[in-house]
Write a protein that binds this ligand. Structure first.
Ligand code: AHR
Length: 308
């Protein structure tokens, strides 16, 4: 509607002008990330926005640089998926002072000043960790001996690594037989997942369970487990998070026993939020993504429908 637009809103794109969205992505570390990037690019195109997309290659300094560039370019809205949780206040304050609204997607920041961003759209990572733990507690409820768990953590300091760990620990603490005997970062990548799993196997002759914070690290670990002459999914029970196609394939083959879904298709919700912010509408401070869980059986059934 042309006549209703007010000229007092600083965040408003002039009538008829394309909305410019600056988006700083974490990197291209995983299948999840690839699907997330695709979703954002497709949805921006569909919405008719001018998307300035920047890949930070898993480095916070690159994201800070990208955000400063977006501020200089006077984009209408900045959105980003913060690689780590801490250390954002200064640059977010710069965006605020420039009158440019910021939307967080996928990962949270730990800033106490929530006026630094409009909303956070993404998963509840603590809940994902709890879902992983709940399945494991049920599987081993009758265990009479110790259950030795190794954990491949996501990127150090990232919200999903922090939260998937704490949610899982919270639930498995109900059974003292469930013991995390080793826990290290695999940086959410296959290569690191494989490398760290190799080291775990060397140091611990009796691993019962692997909890990987994403499918890619689980897939790398599966290679290490097979190379060690063991059967993934049988000799070592595997739980992972995401539910990307390759994870689903491994699960349908019985190599991953349980996948907690993390939905990467955040593009449509992000574009809606961008429009609302530009229009000066009220939006929810927290938008939580809907997601499920999958056993090997579920994965077999769902695989043909999996889009990413
Ligand atoms: O922030 C979401 C996480 O980042 C995904 O679970 C992981 O695969 C990605 O790298």
């Amino acid at each position: 509607g042309a006549s209703s637009s007010s000229t007092t809103e600083t965040t408003k794109a002039p009538e008829g002008k394309k909305i410019t969205l600056g988006f700083s992505q974490v990197g291209a570390e995983s299948g999840w990330r690839t699907a997330n990037t695709q979703s954002i690019q497709d949805s921006a195109k569909e919405a008719g926005y001018d998307l300035k997309f920047s890949d930070a290659q898993q480095k916070q300094e690159n994201q800070i640089k990208a955000i400063r560039t977006f501020i200089q370019q006077k984009v209408d809205v900045i959105a980003f998926s913060p690689v780590v949780e801490s250390g954002w206040d200064t640059v977010l304050k710069e965006a605020k002072d420039a009158g440019i609204p910021v939307i967080l997607t996928d990962r949270a920041v730990d800033s106490t000043d929530t006026s630094l961003y409009e909303t956070f759209i993404g998963s509840d990572f603590v809940e994902e960790g709890r879902r992983a733990g709940t399945w494991l507690v049920e599987q081993f409820k009758d265990a009479t001996e110790d259950v030795n768990i190794v954990e491949l953590q996501g990127t150090t300091g990232s919200a999903p690594a922090n939260d998937r760990k704490s949610g899982f620990d919270e639930i498995i603490s109900s059974n003292p037989k469930l013991k995390v005997i080793a826990s290290q970062t695999g940086d959410f990548t296959r290569a690191k997942g494989k490398e760290v799993m190799q080291a775990f196997l060397k140091a611990n002759p009796d691993i019962d369970v692997l909890y990987a914070h994403n499918d890619d690290m689980a897939l790398g670990a599966i290679q290490a487990i097979e190379a060690a002459g063991l059967k993934p999914g049988e000799d070592i029970i595997i739980i992972s998070v995401d539910g990307v196609k390759d994870g689903f394939i491994a699960a349908s083959e019985g190599k991953i026993n349980f996948i907690v879904e993390c939905n990467p298709l955040l593009g449509p919700q992000l574009m809606e939020a961008v429009q609302a912010v530009v229009d000066g509408k009220e939006i929810e401070k927290r938008i939580v993504t809907e997601e499920g869980v999958f056993t090997s059986e579920d994965a077999k059934r769902e695989l043909p429908n999996r889009k990413y």
